[in-house]
Design a protein around this ligand. Structure first.
Ligand SMILES: [Ca+2]
Length: 290
């Protein structure tokens, strides 16, 4: 299982990467204000900002207004979520429970499912031509599925861990828990390039589920209620969306029942989010925080 590595009040990790709660507090309050994670982070962020020459311009903050609520399987450990051909497709994690499924939006009913070998931990999911491609956490295997039949049609291999996956402008973007996003050829899985995700010039780790929306990558930041929008060319975070109100509404005590899963219906311009073990899936609109 993934280890939990969370900043808590007053204990700022000394690693090179920074945490979203600290950043959002800093963005909200300004670097001179009080932060939810204490002043250590702010000093660190300010120091790095000066060192990197960042201009300190605010990263825009968005709130999520709920447009619609739909049922979601509360046993589903959601690792990937996409919209394709009028349905949701979802990949599930945890050994023995990992699968790819087609889900009806209106009632959350599972219309079809394809099991992932029980020793594997299913991860992110993307759509490519007539296929779905699903990752595994530590097996280095990307399963390839016929999108219509959900029959397994092959596999690809990649080095390292697999977390989130998204078809991103002709490439597959893959997150692996580090601040590095790797981009692969969707057909061969040959690596084409990589970028470091940065927020105000600092590496940002724990990008999890991904989605390509209007030419930018959005990602869940694991163990936080935040989505970030990432410039896929530079890795720079260009916006933050706060799902805190939705997380509060869901109200789950399980620390692993985090927000995870972003799907974009480009035709109807609908944005869907859910989480691991959440009983609901939300259609949201992002609105700038006043
Ligand atoms: Ca997605």
């Amino acid at each position: 299982m993934r280890s939990v590595d969370l900043p808590s009040a007053g204990t700022v990790p000394l690693s090179s990467a920074i945490s979203i709660p600290g950043v959002i507090a800093a963005v909200r309050d300004g670097l001179g204000g009080r932060s939810a994670v204490g002043t250590g982070f702010q000093a660190q962020a300010a120091a790095v900002g000066q060192a990197s020459g960042a201009n300190g311009a605010d990263v825009p903050l968005f709130d999520a207004r709920v447009v619609a609520r739909h049922p979601h399987d509360a046993r589903a450990f959601t690792q990937g979520l996409i919209w394709r051909d009028g349905a949701l497709y979802e990949s599930l994690g945890r050994p023995g429970e990992s699968e790819v499924r087609r889900v009806r939006l209106a009632d959350g009913r599972v219309l079809a499912r394809a099991p992932i070998p029980p020793d594997q931990f299913g991860e992110g999911l993307a759509s490519y031509r007539n296929e779905l491609i699903s990752l595994t956490w530590q097996h280095g295997i990307a399963h390839r599925w016929n999108a219509r039949t959900l029959k397994r049609v092959g596999e690809s291999r990649y080095p390292g861990e697999g977390w989130g996956l998204a078809a991103a402008g002709g490439e597959l973007a893959l997150s692996d828990g580090t601040p590095t996003l790797r981009f692969f050829d969707p057909r061969t899985f040959a690596e084409r390039r990589r970028v470091t995700v940065t927020l105000r010039g600092r590496p940002l780790r724990d990008l999890n589920e991904l989605e390509w929306v209007d030419g930018a990558l959005w990602g869940n930041v694991w163990h936080t209620p935040y989505l970030v929008r990432i410039d896929a060319k530079t890795g720079a975070v260009t916006a933050i969306a706060d799902l805190s109100a939705i997380v509060r509404e869901v109200g789950l005590a399980d620390p692993e029942a985090v927000a995870n899963g972003i799907a974009w219906d480009g035709q109807e311009r609908r944005l869907f989010v859910t989480g691991k073990l959440w009983p609901r899936l939300f259609e949201i609109k992002l609105e700038p925080r006043p």
